[in-house]
Design a protein around this ligand. Structure first.
Ligand code: ITT
Length: 241
């Protein structure tokens, strides 16, 4: 099997004393396809997934499990305050978060900014999706508020889409961004207990199921985040080639 280590990750270890697995040539400390796992300090070979949202984290981790990377969460950065997030677009916010956290982490940093845009609400909640209703509101309260505001809107007018922008950064610089979007409709009631956020009110018309009624794998296959993650995976593969 051909080993690959994204050159975006490789750059930081151009200088010694980095050691490589004698079998697959991956830098020691990575989860190597050859099966050899070492305990060398993995920090510079680890991808930091910079999100406080457990739902996002689960989905990103599920995808990253297929890549030869070690993954760290924000809990590995002690005493770092949350990133500011005051951009006007998903891309600006993703770049801002990735840049900010990457200054505190020796490896690469991945940030996700995403949200729901409802056409009948002029694109709301958009970049305010996580703070909609109030910062302390529950996912269910946010979903119910959307349903309430669409009370008088019939189905052709209930179109909506999820956006996701992923930004990959290193030492304060964005390396690349990846985007994904999925079209759907807002339901009339909450349906399904899977996923997170607005999934129970987001209907995928061709499946006649909400994202909350899909399994994690089914959602990842079609979702805004799944699309962006696959673009990132492809980019990392090409970079390593
Ligand atoms: P981080 O900034 O720490 O990553 P956050 O939840 O604050 O976490 P965002 O600012 O990107 O992240 O807000 C995204 C919100 O959009 C999220 O809280 C959900 O309410 C919603 N959202 C994003 N992706 C979603 C998905 O796949 N399914 C359902 N809701 C989603």
């Amino acid at each position: 099997m051909r080993c690959w280590v994204p050159s975006t990750l490789r750059r930081a270890r151009d200088s010694p004393p980095y050691l490589f697995c004698p079998s697959c040539r991956l830098p020691l400390g990575m989860r190597a396809p050859c099966g050899l796992k070492t305990s060398m300090n993995p920090d510079s070979e680890t991808l930091l997934v910079a999100t406080f949202n457990p739902g996002k984290l689960r989905e990103i981790q599920a995808y990253l499990a297929s890549l030869p990377l070690q993954v760290a969460g924000l809990q590995s950065l002690s005493d770092v305050r949350p990133s500011p997030e005051d951009g006007d677009t998903f891309e600006q916010n993703a770049r801002q978060k990735a840049t900010y956290y990457s200054r505190f982490f020796p490896g690469s940093t991945l940030a996700d900014d995403s949200g729901l845009a409802v056409d009948a609400l002029d694109g709301e909640p958009g970049t305010y999706s996580a703070r909609y209703v109030s910062p302390s509101a529950s996912d269910e309260q946010r979903c119910r508020q959307i349903l309430k505001r669409l009370e008088n809107v019939a189905t052709p007018g209930r179109t909506a889409r999820f956006f996701c922008c992923l930004a990959l950064a290193r030492q304060g610089y964005v390396i690349q961004v990846f985007t994904g979007a999925i079209e759907g409709e807002i339901t009339y009631e909450l349906r399904g207990a899977n996923g997170f956020g607005y999934d129970p009110i987001f209907l995928v018309p061709r499946l006649n199921r909400t994202l909350g009624e899909l399994s994690a794998a089914e959602k990842l296959d079609i979702s805004h985040r799944g699309q962006a993650l696959r673009k990132m995976g492809e980019y990392l593969r090409q970079e390593s080639g």
